[in-house]
Ligand binder design. Sequence first.
Ligand SMILES: [Zn+2]
Length: 145
Amino acid sequence: MSKEKRKVPIVDGLFTWPSDEPRLIGSRCPVCGSVQFPKSNVCNNPDCDHSKEPEQILLSPEGTLYSYTIHRYDLRPPFDYHKAPYAIGAVELPEGIIVVGRLTTTDEEKLKIGMKVRLKVGELYSDGENAYLTYFFEPVEEVRK
Ligand SMILES: [Zn+2]
């Protein structure tokens, strides 16, 4: 009898979980408005006076594919859960930051710079007990006119 694996975020605090509509967790500086991901308790703007600590915010679940690359080799331990081929995308969010993450497809026919992508949480890898989750960006199918 197979046991249901426990679903565990690969790193705590990257995205809201469990959730039907997960969101990336970032931070915004109340002084200068700089947005960061992952969230930080220090503003990264060198021109900021840093008089207040950044506040946690939930980032938009949809963004625009800014750039991407397809990796065609496996990474070495301890990152060997990245099995080739896999795609990494840079996604521009409405908050004005670019977030790097895995894409759900390596099919270049389905990838186009400037296209809409949507956040999705899925399994990165699993062991005997747990399924380890991370965030992905999935192309949003556009209706052809
Ligand atoms: Zn600031």
